[in-house]
Design a protein around this ligand. Sequence first.
Ligand code: XMP
Length: 305
Amino acid sequence: MVDVNAFIDEAVNRIREQVKDGKALIALSGGVDSSVCAILAHRAIGDKLVPVYVDTGLMRKGETDRIRELFSFMNPRIVDASDQFFGALKGVTDPEMKRKVVGENFIRVFEVVAKSLDVDYLIQGTIYPDRIESEGGIKSHHNVGGLPSVIDFKGIIEPIEDLYKDEVREVARALELPEEVAERMPFPGPGLSVRVIGEVTREKVEVIREANAIVEEEIVHKFKPWQCLAALLEKGTGVKGDNRCHGWIVAVRAVESRDAMTANHMELPWETLNKLSSRITSEIPSVARVVYDITPKPPATIEFE
Ligand code: XMP
């Protein structure tokens, strides 16, 4: 990016001009993209910004409480919609359908809030690679391709739609967002639903939420990956105590990347891999096996779905 401060001034002005005397809703997720958009929009329109955080039940461990704390100065509305999301995802196994279901339900929740508050615009943290992959038909990112066609807003505003992730982080630092937000790993809009192969249930999400927390604890600070995660595969046979069991197989992935368009797996030390396998299988009793993914993107994607 040539001049980050010029970008910020321009983005703030554009939001102010678009929203005018209206109100705008921001879908706050706590990730760097939506956080940057929220700060830009807050600068532009102050109290006319309505930040909404939807607790889908698909977020990482502790995320909802952290967001409540971090953005308290904006007075975010926290909507518990986990029943709605798990209900809508029941029986859905196709990855693209999951994205559509999650995307649609997000919008439905926002619409209800928007109507009750007389909100005109929706601000979204779509970035350039999201657009390219959606337009190319590679994957329908829930915040682009998953949008239902009839939306009750006067318009959608996407202030960072032309930026790559590292540029968004540059803007975040210039906006003095805390490091934990500015340097936060990407996390997909459909949340843990795309880290569970097949049907999404509360039980599976609980398992993978714990596994993701362990993976982040062991990898993020020490190795600074572009992204690291755990995904829930199938069940396989294991032995726990004196008994054979049918336990979950958890895949661990840690990658380096510049823009998420391509990625390479990290060559983590065996010591770390051993620790991950031992912690995940002992701290999550229903897991019997841990595997490490060594596939680059392409041909694999970063997420498992
Ligand atoms: P993939 O798995 O396609 O992911 O290599 C590339 C980057 O995008 C994130 N990702 C998503 N982000 N909605 C999002 O907002 C989505 O549906 C979605 N799917 C993947 C992924 O975590 C990675 O950073």
